[in-house]
Design a protein around this ligand. Structure first.
Ligand SMILES: [Zn+2]
Length: 141
């Protein structure tokens, strides 16, 4: 593969679109090629700056002009805020499995406290065993 192809893969990696076997060969190339390594660091830096940048919005007069020309709907959107029910939470599979395992193990410690039997166990005085018939105490041949 050429360096240009590896740099395309770097972009795919940053977008989480690179498969595991492709990323291993790409990282092996990064270990040997300083140009691609520099490209990788620059891509990470640009990405970090974009993540921290203020979102860019079009000025309101541009919206009004486009509405006047019929390029966008005339009604303004009611609200751009999203409901909490529309949010999606994604966990990587190992993290989700770890959380599920912790909940299962934690429930083992919590369950005896929640379902503790408040009645004390009945204790028999030592002479009760004397009252049990002998046939019940000896195993049958
Ligand atoms: Zn390279």
């Amino acid at each position: 593969m050429t360096c240009e192809q590896y740099q395309i893969q770097i972009g795919q990696l940053l977008e989480n679109e690179l498969r595991g076997e492709e990323s291993s060969t790409m990282f092996a190339h990064l270990g040997a090629c300083s140009a691609c390594r520099d490209f990788f660091h620059a891509s990470l830096q640009v990405r970090a700056e974009l993540m921290n940048a203020e979102p860019i919005t079009a000025p309101d007069e541009l919206d009004d002009r486009m509405r006047a020309e019929g390029l966008i709907p005339t009604e303004r959107p009611i609200s751009r805020t999203t409901s909490i029910w529309d949010l999606r939470i994604a966990f990587p599979l190992p993290a989700a499995a770890s959380i599920a395992l912790l909940l299962i193990i934690g429930s083992l410690f919590v369950a005896p406290v929640l379902f503790h039997d408040p009645q004390p166990q009945q204790k028999f005085p030592p002479d009760v065993l004397e009252l049990v018939p002998v046939e019940l105490r000896t195993p049958r041949p």
